[in-house]
Design a protein around this ligand. Structure first.
Ligand code: FDA
Length: 319
């Protein structure tokens, strides 16, 4: 409920102006966002890679409002990819993008064309793209575009959200050879007609989807900080490798043992990220950068009452 309330309030322009201009906000932003320009993102990616982690860099800027902004987003991604290659940070660093930042909402062909250009730039830089998932009204359009991108750039990753009732079926479709699929819980305020709303239901759906992806022929990207689900992924991977446990029925042409990665957000459970990497697991950190951090920050605050409390306390003590 708190989550829905925070996400609903975040679209109010007065809340937006207040949060965006309050000096206190910047301390909180710094925890979750690498910096306001792309070079800050490259710097953080370098440090994480040195520490044995992998990275997915996201240039913040969802919901481009006109063609000009959409083109600018695509240019920023191409510049970023060149900078990553020049810094020797590919393939350990890939990029994540939102089709809404390329104008999907008002010109879908343009968004597709720009995404193709960024996928080509990623391939030239020796890395690849994962296309983030947004609210449920865009799920079909995003999955269709990713399928089109994969025809030419089969390394392109897709994202599914366990809170959507449709996602188990999507996992069956996406668990194909070579398919890189990120499974997350989902971060938007969705109605119960399309989404599970209780946390226990979302976690149970995540576990079912994870079992499908782990038993499939693709490459699961396990995006969660939830300790029980992190542990489950390790057990499922072991079950696929051993072919013994009753947790999954491994596909005979399925993935190599432990062929998956964990993914977590920059600033969330960094100790766990390092612990898993130290234990030999592949761990990728999702690192956002850019000036348009407002919506991203609000989703992070909404996810965890403690984050919101921290923010509100900081606001009160700044008065
Ligand atoms: P849950 O929210 O239950 O958290 C489990 C535990 O993790 C908490 O108890 C806490 O310890 C810690 N934690 C989680 N969130 C925290 C936070 N914000 N601050 C501090 N601690 C926190 N969503 C989406 O809709 N589309 C997308 O494309 C993506 N992409 C994406 C990529 C990656 C790499 C990750 C990790 C996540 C996403 N998400 C996303 C966000 C995702 O849907 C979800 O909202 C968050 O990951 C939180 O869900 P958890 O699975 O971590 O569980």
């Amino acid at each position: 409920m708190l989550r829905t309330a925070v996400l609903a309030a975040s679209s109010d322009h007065r809340v937006r102006r207040f949060v965006s201009t309050s000096p206190v906000t910047h301390g909180v932003v710094n925890r979750f966002v690498a910096g306001e320009d792309v070079s800050a993102g490259v710097g953080v990616a370098g440090r994480l890679c040195e520490a044995g982690l992998r990275v997915s860099l996201d240039v913040l800027g969802e919901d481009a409002i006109d063609r000009q902004r959409a083109y600018e987003s695509a240019v920023t991604y191409r510049d970023l990819l060149r900078a990553l290659a020049d810094a020797g940070l590919t393939p350990a660093t890939e990029v994540s993008l939102k089709l809404s930042s390329f104008g999907q909402a008002f010109d879908a062909p343009l968004a597709r064309e720009l995404a193709f250009g960024v996928c080509q730039a990623a391939r030239d830089a020796g890395t690849c793209v994962t296309v983030d998932m947004e609210d449920h009204t865009t799920t079909d359009a995003i999955l269709t575009t990713v399928a089109e991108l994969r025809r030419e750039f089969d390394e392109t990753g897709s994202v599914v959200q366990a809170y959507l009732r449709r996602t188990e079926a999507d996992c069956h479709d996406l668990a194909v050879a070579g398919g890189r699929v990120r499974l997350c819980k989902g971060a938007y305020a969705e109605p119960s007609s399309v989404a599970f709303t209780r946390q226990t239901e979302v976690a149970a759906s995540y576990a079912r989807c994870l079992a499908i992806l782990m038993a499939g022929r693709g490459y699961p990207m396990v995006a969660t900080h939830d300790p029980a689900l992190v542990e489950l992924a390790g057990r499922l991977a072991g079950a696929v490798a051993g072919g013994t446990a009753d947790l999954v029925q491994p596909d005979p042409g399925g993935p190599r043992p432990r062929s998956f990665e964990y993914q977590m957000l920059f600033g969330v459970r960094p100790g766990e990220q390092r612990r898993l990497a130290g234990a030999g697991e592949v761990v990728r950190v999702y690192v956002p950068c850019g000036r348009e951090w407002y919506s991203y920050l609000m989703r992070r605050l909404a996810e965890r009452p403690a984050n919101l409390l921290f923010f509100l306390r900081a606001l009160r003590s700044s008065r």
